[in-house]
Design a protein around this ligand. Structure first.
Ligand SMILES: Nc1ncnc2c1ncn2[C@@H]1O[C@H](COP(=O)(O)OP(=O)(O)OP(=O)(O)O)[C@@H](O)[C@H]1O
Ligand SMILES: [Mg+2]
Length: 236
């Protein structure tokens, strides 16, 4: 399976009638089992790009080839849960075929056991994000799209979930596109990092990381970090 993205342009028209160019021409592809990471300044167009890639926004110039019949798991930047459904119902609605055992495992991993019958209005943002992750994982996706999924989680939980994402990708050859502002998450998870310019986003640099995820030692990660440290690659 392969995802091919070739966007030649995307503009938004403001309420006042002005047009804003959000995406410049950009092109990349992802293979099964690969994690591509998008890193770029706030407002550069990352979420816009994800919506286009998912087919939720068709108002752009270019072409996106998604694998046919791919099951898609998506974590939006805001958790977007149905407020009138419980945590468990939110996940089951998205993944009606998921077994009870599979859901139980996900709720355990994401530490949501105590919250299954709670409603989204009763959750903290970090809890709601975990529910959104459970929902995306429950569909057993072929294409997983994650828009800053680890924001507002404490360090320990974010580290664990990062490892869970890596495990999921390894177990099912999931093709993953991850947006993050964390260089650390990017180099621990990514196979290919795409550094984006300020709006309109274009790919300033594509950095492949050839060491398999599971084999990246702290020393090697430090080396990768040093290699990326020189401007203009720092996105923060
Ligand atoms: N529906 C819309 N109508 C008009 N402009 C929009 C719309 N959605 C986004 N924009 C504008 O497009 C630009 C890119 O927005 P986008 O949400 O894609 O950025 P982002 O890279 O995801 O930022 P962040 O890191 O803060 O999430 C911004 O300038 C934003 O104001
Ligand atoms: Mg965004």
């Amino acid at each position: 399976m392969r995802l091919e993205v070739e966007i030649t342009g995307k503009t938004y028209r403001s309420a006042a009638g002005e047009t804003h160019e959000v995406l410049a021409p950009l092109k990349f592809a992802l293979q099964s089992g690969e994690i591509g990471v998008l890193i770029g300044p706030s407002g550069c167009g990352k979420s816009t790009m994800l919506r286009i890639i998912l087919g939720l926004d068709r108002d752009f110039a270019g072409h996106v080839a998604r694998p046919p019949k791919a099951r898609i798991g998506m974590v939006f930047q805001e958790p977007r849960l149905l407020p009138w459904r419980s945590v468990e119902q939110n996940v089951r609605l998205a993944a009606p075929d998921a077994s009870d055992a599979k859901l139980a495992e996900l709720f355990r991993i994401l530490e949501l056991d105590a919250h299954r019958s709670h409603y989204p209005g009763e959750l903290s943002l970090g809890l709601a994000r975990r529910v959104a992750l459970a929902r995306a994982f429950a569909v057993e996706p072929d294409l997983l799209v994650l828009d800053e999924p680890l924001a507002s989680l404490d360090d320990a939980l974010a580290r664990r979930l990062r490892d869970e994402i890596a495990t999921l990708v390894a177990s099912r050859s999931v093709m993953t596109l991850l947006v993050t502002h964390s260089l650390d998450d990017a180099i621990r998870l990514g196979d290919r990092l795409f550094f984006l310019s300020p709006r309109p986003a274009r790919i300033v640099q594509e950095v492949p990381i050839s060491i398999p995820r599971a084999e990246r030692s702290e020393a090697e990660l430090a080396g990768i970090r040093v290699g990326l440290a020189s401007p203009p690659l720092e996105s923060k």
